[in-house]
Design a binder for this molecule. Structure first.
Ligand SMILES: [Fe+2]
Ligand SMILES: [Fe+2]
Length: 199
């Protein structure tokens, strides 16, 4: 009897799939994607430390964010090695309209802000997981394929981690709020131009 195909990890969260035109564009301008990817890993590491700084009272959060910052920094170091091998410079971060659009959805009151920051982090990890997985499937070079497959698995773990923390801090409201943010994320993605970038 044939086994069912494994569920794709990003289906845990996301409400829309990436436009099929994204992958060919990304592969055609892989250098730009790699530079953007380095900035993403840098921001993921920085955000983990920022959450640790802001919410030390959440049980388990400080240790989890310390480990996450280390893991994202390791991803960053490996992407920087790839840039180096291709003679690419990191340069300044031009900003990411996708992440900025999600940040604008974060509410102001302290408890809501804490929940939204965790949920937005979960959603960004989920979308990164999807996109890195697409790269893993689309790239030709075996080393790069393995690298992106490994990172996609890692970001899948991160989306789950943030979701657990969100549910721990707001057991009643985490899932309804996630629902609303997922709708908003799908809408945001539809409204943005496709770019040779992770988001
Ligand atoms: Fe990462
Ligand atoms: Fe991550």
């Amino acid at each position: 009897m044939p086994t069912r195909p494994a569920r794709r990890p990003e289906e845990v969260l996301l409400r829309s799939r990436t436009d099929r035109r994204w992958l060919p564009g990304a592969l055609a301008e892989l250098d730009r994607v790699l530079v953007d990817h380095a900035h993403c890993e840098k921001k993921a590491a920085a955000n983990a430390l920022s959450l640790l700084q802001a919410y030390p009272e959440v049980p388990g959060l400080p240790a989890l964010m310390a480990r996450l910052a280390r893991e994202e920094s390791a991803h960053l170091a490996r992407v920087l090695q790839l840039l180096d091998a291709r003679g690419l410079a990191l340069g300044r971060d031009p900003g990411d309209p996708y992440a900025q659009g999600l940040q604008r959805l974060i509410r102001t009151p302290a408890a809501e802000r804490r929940l939204d920051r965790l949920l937005v982090a979960a959603i960004i990890e989920a979308r990164s997981c999807e996109r890195l997985g697409l790269l893993a499937e689309g790239l030709e070079e075996p080393g790069l394929r393995r690298f992106y497959a490994e990172l996609a698995r890692s970001e899948d773990g991160h989306q789950r981690l943030f979701l657990r923390l969100a549910e721990r801090t707001a057991p009643e409201s985490a899932l309804p709020r996630l629902d609303a943010l997922l709708d908003a994320e799908a809408e945001l993605l539809r409204s943005l131009p496709l770019r040779p970038a992770i988001h």
